[in-house]
Design a binder for this molecule. Structure first.
Ligand code: PMP
Length: 500
C-alpha cells in the first residue's frame, strides 16, 4: 500500500491559496447558497424563450447560416450524428467555423461570434495565439509534427509542468484526457494493488469503459454504458459530491474486498463545478485517502493551467498523488493528455523495451510529438508571463457579475456563478435534477427531456445573438476577453433574456 509524502509547496506565483489579488479564482462561491438557488430553479416551471421569439431565432439560422446548414447536412451523411464530438453539437444544426482569433470566431457565412467555448477549454490565451503559432511553425518547418524519437521540447514541457504543479514530479504524455485518465487508473492499481476506483457522481472523466459510469447525473451508474460489459465497470463506484460519509463507508467496505486503488475527482466538483464542492472538500478527501491508503487522483484536464500554473491543486493547497492533465497542456493543439505524479508512483510507467521493472503499460504512436510539446511549452510560458489565468479569471468575474445583474433586473430564476474563467449559467437546471435514486430518475425522465431542450434553445438564441457557449450552459473566458468584449457580450445576453 502507498506511503504519503508531505505536501510540496507550490512554486507558482499565481497559485497562492485563495489570495483574491493573485489567484485565478477571486472568491470561492457560497456553495450552500448556490445549491439553494439551483434547487429553487429546478423546483419551478421553466422560463424558456417565448415561442414567437424562438421562431425568429430559427429564421436567423435559416437566413444567415445557409452554408453551415448545407455543410451540416453533408456531414450527416458521413459523420454519425453530423458531429465528431458533443462540443460541436448545436441546435438546430452545427455551425461550421472558418476563422478563430482571440475572443472571436467567424463562421463560413461570415457571422462573427464572441467565443465562450474556447474549444472546450484549452485556449486559455484566446484562440490561435500568434506567438504560439510562430513557434509551432518553426518546429514543423524543421522536423514536421512527429518523428517517433525524443525531441527537446518534450523535456522542456515536462520540466515546466513539474516546476509548477505541486503534485507532479514526473510527466508521461499521452494523446487525450480520456487516455490519461485510463492510464492514471491503471497506474493507481499497479502501485497500490487495490481494485476499486471511487469517482464522484456526475463527473466526466472521458469515455473509457470503466468511467462511463455515473456520468453527468450522479447515481446514474451504468445508464450511459451502452456497449460496455458489466465487468468493465465492475470495480467503479460513485459517491455523491460533498458526501464524505458515503465516501468513508465505501473506503471502509472496500478494505474487505480488494482495497481502493484511488479516489478520482474533478477538484471543482463534477462537470467542472456544475455541482460545486465545498471549499474544504478536496482537503477532506485527501485526509480520507491517507487514512485508508488510497491514492488521490485529481482530474485537472479542465483546471490544469486554467486556474493558474499550479492548477486546482495550487489553488486549494491540496496535493494529489496523481494528476491528470489535458486541454491547456498543449495550448489547444493536438494531442492533449498527460499523467503526472510522485516519482515513486510514476516509475511504474517507466518506458523502454527490455525494462525489468514491474510496470503498467501505456503509450501511443503519436504521443509526445514535437508539435504538441512545442505548442504546450510556449502556450504555458506565455500564460505564465502574461498571468493569463488571472486575466481570464477576472473576465469570468466581470461576465458573471454582469449576468447576475441582468438576471436580477429581469426577475429571472437563472443562476450564474464562476470559478475564475469557468462560468456556469444555469437557465433550465437540467444538470441539477435530483437523480439520487432509480425511482427519481424514472420520474424525471420527461422533465429532463424538456429542460434539456430548453437549454439547447437558449444555446441557439445565444448563437443567433453572436455568442458561442458550451452547450448553452457553460462559458469559458480567455485572456483575450477584454472588458470591452465582456461588456459587448453582456449586452447580447441582455437581448436574449429580453426574449424570455
Ligand atoms: N476529464 C475531464 C474533467 C474533462 O472535462 C474531459 C473532457 N472534457 C476529459 C477528462 C476527457 O478529455 P478528452 O476529451 O481530451 O479525452
Amino acid at each position: 500500500m502507498t506511503t504519503i509524502t508531505p505536501e510540496r509547496p507550490s512554486t507558482s506565483p499565481i497559485a497562492v491559496q485563495g489570495d483574491a489579488a493573485t489567484s485565478a479564482i477571486s472568491e470561492w462561491p457560497d456553495v450552500d447558497q448556490l445549491y439553494r438557488r439551483l434547487a429553487a430553479l429546478v423546483a419551478q416551471p421553466m422560463r424558456p424563450i417565448r415561442a414567437d421569439a424562438m421562431a425568429t431565432v430559427m429564421r436567423w439560422f435559416d437566413e444567415r447560416c445557409a452554408t453551415s446548414k448545407r455543410l451540416a447536412e453533408q456531414a450527416k451523411a458521413v459523420i454519425p450524428g453530423g458531429v465528431q464530438h458533443n462540443l460541436a453539437f448545436n441546435h438546430p444544426f452545427s455551425l461550421a467555423m472558418a476563422q478563430a482569433e482571440g475572443a472571436w470566431l467567424t463562421d463560413v457565412d461570415g457571422n462573427r461570434y464572441i467565443d465562450f467555448l474556447q474549444a472546450g477549454g484549452p485556449t486559455l490565451l484566446g484562440s490561435n495565439h500568434p506567438e504560439v503559432r510562430r513557434h509551432v511553425h518553426a518546429v514543423i518547418d524543421e522536423c514536421g509534427p512527429v518523428t517517433g524519437l525524443l525531441h527537446e521540447y518534450e523535456i522542456k514541457l515536462a520540466e515546466l509542468v513539474c516546476q509548477h504543479m505541486p503534485g507532479v514530479e514526473m510527466l508521461r504524455l499521452l494523446g487525450s484526457g480520456t487516455e490519461a485518465v485510463m492510464g492514471a487508473v491503471r497506474l493507481a492499481r499497479a502501485h497500490t494493488g487495490g481494485k476499486w476506483i471511487i469517482k464522484i457522481g456526475g463527473a466526466y472523466h472521458g469515455w473509457s469503459d470503466q468511467l462511463v459510469y455515473g456520468m453527468r447525473l450522479p447515481k446514474t451508474g451504468r445508464l450511459e454504458a451502452i456497449g460496455i460489459p458489466r465487468g468493465a465497470t465492475g470495480h467503479t463506484q460513485e459517491c455523491l459530491p460533498n458526501d464524505l460519509e458515503e465516501l468513508r463507508r465505501k473506503l471502509r467496505w472496500n478494505r474487505l474486498r480488494g482495497g481502493t486503488a484511488a479516489v478520482l475527482l474533478e477538484p471543482l466538483g463534477p462537470e467542472s463545478g456544475t455541482r460545486p464542492v465545498t471549499r474544504d472538500y478536496n482537503a477532506q478527501v485527501r485526509a480520507l485517502c491517507d487514512e485508508f491508503g488510497a491514492l488521490l487522483i485529481f482530474d485537472e484536464v479542465v483546471t490544469g493551467f486554467r486556474l493558474g500554473m499550479g492548477g486546482a491543486q495550487g489553488y486549494f493547497g491540496v496535493t494529489p498523488d496523481i494528476t491528470v492533465l489535458g486541454k491547456c497542456l498543449t495550448g489547444g493543439y493536438p494531442m492533449a493528455g498527460a499523467i503526472g505524479g510522485r516519482r515513486d508512483i510514476m516509475m511504474s510507467l517507466a518506458g523502454g523495451i527490455g525494462t525489468t521493472a514491474r510496470r503498467a503499460f501505456v503509450g501511443g504512436t503519436l504521443s509526445a510529438n514535437p508539435l504538441s510539446c512545442v505548442a504546450g511549452y510556449h502556450a504555458l510560458v506565455e500564460a505564465k508571463r502574461s498571468n493569463a489565468a488571472v486575466v481570464a479569471g477576472r473576465a469570468g468575474d466581470r461576465l458573471r457579475a454582469g449576468l447576475d445583474e441582468i438576471i436580477r433586473r429581469r426577475g429571472l430564476p437563472y443562476v450564474a456563478y464562476n470559478m475564475g474563467s469557468i462560468v456556469h449559467l444555469q437557465t433550465s437546471g437540467v444538470l441539477l435534477l435530483d437523480t439520487s435514486s432509480l425511482w427519481k430518475l424514472l420520474k424525471l425522465k420527461e422533465e429532463a427531456k424538456r429542460r434539456k431542450h430548453m437549454m439547447e434553445e437558449m444555446g441557439a438564441a445565444y448563437a443567433a445573438h453572436g455568442l458561442i457557449t458550451l452547450a448553452g450552459s457553460r462559458l469559458y473566458t480567455s485572456a483575450a476577453d477584454s472588458d470591452e468584449v465582456v461588456d459587448d457580450a453582456l449586452n447580447r445576453f441582455d437581448d436574449v433574456f429580453a426574449l424570455v
